[in-house]
Design a protein around this ligand. Structure first.
Ligand code: NAD
Ligand code: UPG
Length: 412
């Protein structure tokens, strides 16, 4: 049993804290957000993460998990301090490390290992190590939102960068999984390299989908053929309205910024980002092509979160599309099973039917499985014009078109 301090109670920090408590450690989790800490002390979890609320409640009730306002108690009398604060995009595109620096400025660490779990550019943990009197290791996190607890408790890999002895002690905290111990900069880079590679795969597929439309091919068949090659792999080949979320957009920009700073011409990464920024425009072009000029037209949106299985709207491609539609004068109503408040220009409704009512087109933006099983004839009957733009290629084409819809898909 180790004593663990976790700094930051967001998606990563809260998952880390709750899972380590579940694994038998004693955890103090700190945050600067008073409302969040008060709610967590009552074991109230708002994030849409399977099992997270249950693990938090277990830890709070058996005393293995404590939440504190202010970082002091999580920085002293512990064996490990896990830094899980945000590293958002700064104005120049680099990672903004001010939250990391704020924590370090108040830390007077002794007899512990400082674990940098926040995603930080290569070289950051080395710099931190030079300023701290304790061992510092880089231990990036690979969990996916919507699968946070499961990914943490059954990780595909644990990557720890730093001196062998403290790094091994950190590996030993986790459930058994393939572990890689490296230098700090390499560990930090594994994180960016992985996210940017996945983003590149998606930009590639989205460009391929555009080519399919012009070449009379079907992206679903093309990617099915690609998946049969084990060297390519089967994941991250689904086209969509663009990739988003709290990580890919900021991490691609941060790695590009690091490359620029080091005078490395990473044009592949620049193209990955540029391609993604065009994708929302491509979706709007499709809507306009189907319904004509958008000014004053009602458009219904199905899905607002950046992917299915999460309530997270940060950097959601759905909202990027919504902003562009609104800029052309469209009037937007949206439905998302995890969103109950208006989002940007979108008036949020409580059902797909309400979002579709009177609309000139419906646009499917998030791949919530329930959208594949709607009452198509009823939806069509409520619309001004039965058009669906399916940016996730999620809908059963036969049923939808048989119900009188014009269906516009991606890459087919
Ligand atoms: N969200 C993910 O899926 C994910 C996955 C892997 C890695 N990461 C990385 O983990 C880090 C955290 O991301 P997140 O999504 O958990 O962020 P988040 O925004 O969900 O949570 C961050 C928390 O830190 C708190 N905080 C901010 N400044 C603080 C300070 N000075 N002291 C104490 N607490 C402070 C905030 O109040 C917030 O509760 C980022 O570097 C991110 O890139 C995120
Ligand atoms: O075939 C696919 C797969 C994903 N996406 C999109 O790609 C984005 C990212 O999806 P996903 O990776 O599942 O979401 P995150 O929860 O942001 O997780 C990523 O970002 C985290 C934060 O760094 C990492 O820890 C995870 O390993 C990494 O997968 C979303 O907009 C998805 O809709 C597609 O369009 N097509």
């Amino acid at each position: 049993m180790a004593r663990i301090g976790v700094i930051g109670a967001g998606y990563v920090g809260l998952t880390t804290a709750a899972c380590f408590a579940h694994l038998g450690h004693r955890v103090v989790c700190a945050d600067v957000d008073a409302g969040k800490v008060a709610a967590l002390r009552r074991a109230e979890v708002t994030a849409h993460e399977p099992r997270l609320a249950e693990l938090v409640a277990d830890g709070v009730h058996d005393g293995s998990l404590e939440f504190v306002l202010g970082n002091g108690p999580a920085l002293s009398d512990v064996d490990f301090v896990f830094l899980c604060v945000p590293t958002p995009t700064a104005e120049d595109g680099a990672a903004d490390l001010s939250a990391v620096e704020a924590v370090l400025a108040e830390a007077e660490l002794t007899d512990c290992v400082l674990v940098v779990k926040s995603t930080v550019p290569p070289g950051t943990s080395d710099r931190i190590a030079r300023s701290q009197p304790v061992p510092v290791v880089a231990n990036p996190e690979f969990l996916r939102e919507g699968h946070a607890v499961d990914d943490f408790l059954r990780p595909q890999r644990i990557v720890v960068g730093g001196e062998e002895e403290p790094a091994r002690r950190v590996v030993a905290l986790y459930p058994n999984a393939p572990a890689l111990v490296t230098d700090r900069a390499s560990a930090e880079l594994v994180k960016y390299a992985s996210n940017c590679f996945l983003a590149m795969k998606l930009s590639y597929v989205n460009s391929l989908a555009e080519l399919c439309e012009e070449a009379g091919a079907d992206i679903e068949d093309v990617t099915e053929g690609m998946r049969l090659d084990e060297r390519i792999g089967s994941a991250f080949l689904r086209p969509g309205p663009g990739w988003g979320g709290s990580c890919f957009p900021k991490d691609t920009k941060a790695l590009l910024s690091t490359s620029d700073e080091k005078h490395v011409d990473f044009s592949l990464l620049r193209a990955t980002i540029d391609t993604n920024e065009r994708q929302a425009h491509r979706v709007v072009d499709k809507v306009r092509a189907a319904v004509g000029a958008l000014r004053g037209k009602r458009i219904g949106l199905l899905g607002l979160t950046f992917k299915a299985g999460t309530d997270d709207l940060r950097d959601s491609p759905a909202l990027a599309v919504a902003d562009l539609l609104a800029r052309e004068g469209a009037v937007l109503a949206g439905y998302d099973p995890c969103v109950d408040h208006d989002a940007g220009p979108v008036r949020v409704t409580d059902s797909p039917a309400a979002a579709a009512r009177g609309a000139a087109a419906l646009v499917v933006l998030t791949e919530w499985p329930e959208f594949a099983e709607l009452d198509w004839p009823a939806l069509a009957a409520g619309m001004a014009c039965p058009v669906i733009v399916d940016t996730r290629n999620l809908l059963p084409a036969d049923k939808v078109t048989e119900s009188g819809f014009q269906l516009v898909a991606l890459g087919r």
